[in-house]
Ligand binder design. Structure first.
Ligand code: SAH
Length: 231
């Protein structure tokens, strides 16, 4: 997968994606990264990339002419993403779809964001990583890429770990335990050491359902609606 990031802070990339499995995959060429410095496309000798908002108000807005030049120089094909709190909330479903793409291009905003006209002129998909405001799109882009790269073939050591985790079956994941079997007087649930696979499976599904019902009624309702009717 070829990733292009448009940013005012190219030195923030690959950031934490240079570590662990994503970092190893980057070295091995399973994905590549092109960080484009938006400031290189400023039209004046001061390197101006932002200006005051029409209509007044706090902060600055990223200029459409500069962004357009940066996009013309770097965007070819594939999904074009703009990270913004006004975007569609990122879902595991969209993450898995994006992982199938041979190339992704991501625009990171700064200040109060970008001139609206740039979002109309290019085929942007606007994506939010949650209902809170960051100071820039870079941590949002890194977060999205972290989630996506796990689904790029051979990036994760154990591809099976993708099958059973939170959201993959529409539920939160069941609790996990490892050795020692008794720690500070607490034993791991008996069923997990029984070796009885069917009982373990049932226990895990039951835990997943209880947890989801308690913590995420929104996800629970969707799960119920997706289940085949019994009887
Ligand atoms: N004034 C804007 C927020 C600007 S925050 C508003 O009220 O909607 C500056 C930049 O950070 C944005 O352009 C965007 O690229 C990024 N950003 C902030 N919060 C984000 C979020 N929850 N998800 C994705 N990107 C975000």
């Amino acid at each position: 997968m070829q990733v292009t990031v448009l940013t005012l802070y190219p030195e923030m990339f690959p950031g934490f994606l240079g570590y662990s499995l994503a970092g190893k995959a980057l070295q091995e060429g399973l994905w590549s990264l092109n960080s484009v410095n938006i400031r290189d496309f400023a039209t004046d000798s001061y390197g101006t990339v932002d200006d005051l908002p029409f209509g007044g108000g706090a902060g600055m807005v990223m200029k459409p002419d500069v962004l357009d030049r940066a996009l013309k120089a770097s965007y070819k094909t594939g999904p074009l993403l703009y990270m913004t709190p006004k975007g569609k909330p990122l879902s595991q479903k969209r993450v898995i779809e994006l992982a199938q793409e041979p190339s992704l291009t991501i625009l990171c905003g700064r200040f109060e964001g970008v001139d609206e006209r740039i979002l109309e002129s290019w085929p942007f998909e606007e994506i939010s990583i949650g209902d809170y405001v960051l100071s820039g799109g870079e941590p949002a882009a890194l977060t999205l890429l972290d989630a996506v790269l796990r689904y790029v073939p051979n990036v994760l050591g154990n591809q099976n770990s993708l099958v059973e985790e939170s959201f993959s079956n529409g539920l939160l994941e069941y609790p996990q335990y490892t050795r020692p079997q008794v720690w500070e007087g607490k034993s791991v649930p008996e069923v997990l050491v029984s070796g009885h696979h069917k009982n373990i499976e049932n226990w895990r599904l039951n835990q997943s359902e209880t947890l989801t019902k308690e913590r995420r009624p929104d996800i629970w309702q969707k799960y119920l609606a997706s289940q085949p009717k019994k009887g």
